[in-house]
Design a protein around this ligand. Structure first.
Ligand code: SF4
Length: 118
């Protein structure tokens, strides 16, 4: 696997059914973004790329392939630690609820009119 800076080369992933790579939302992004050092967390914007990726579950399935022994990196938007703690079925269920986080959606609507109940 290469860890050089620059566009993400996904070819290192291709040892099983890798047709899904053609639709990977991370193609062109720096690979380092998905391989953070131990004790660090991934950038939320990068995680949102995975959350919105059309092949997220394929990527996750790839990471859980025991023949590949993938122990590092974020796959399917899940950290190595999360993948160690969750079964594949639980990880798929997690992905169904782990959606894109919009910073604007978390901000309080300060300009909203107060609701007065009588
Ligand atoms: S889920 Fe994330 S790491 Fe996997 S292919 Fe999609 S964008 Fe890339």
């Amino acid at each position: 696997m290469t860890t050089n800076a620059g566009a993400m080369d996904l070819s290192f992933l291709g040892s099983d059914d890798d047709l899904w790579l053609d639709e990977a939302a991370c193609a062109g992004l720096p690979i380092e973004s998905f391989f953070v050092q131990a004790g660090h967390i991934i950038d939320e914007e990068v995680l949102n790329v995975c959350r919105a990726c059309p092949v997220r579950l394929d990527c996750l399935k790839h990471a859980y392939n025991p023949d590949l022994n993938i122990t590092g990196g974020y796959f399917g938007g899940m950290s190595p630690g999360q993948r160690r703690e969750m079964s594949y079925a639980d990880a798929v269920a997690f992905c169904a609820t782990d959606v894109v986080v919009s910073p604007a959606a978390e901000e309080p609507a300060l300009d909203a009119e107060p609701v007065i109940y009588s």
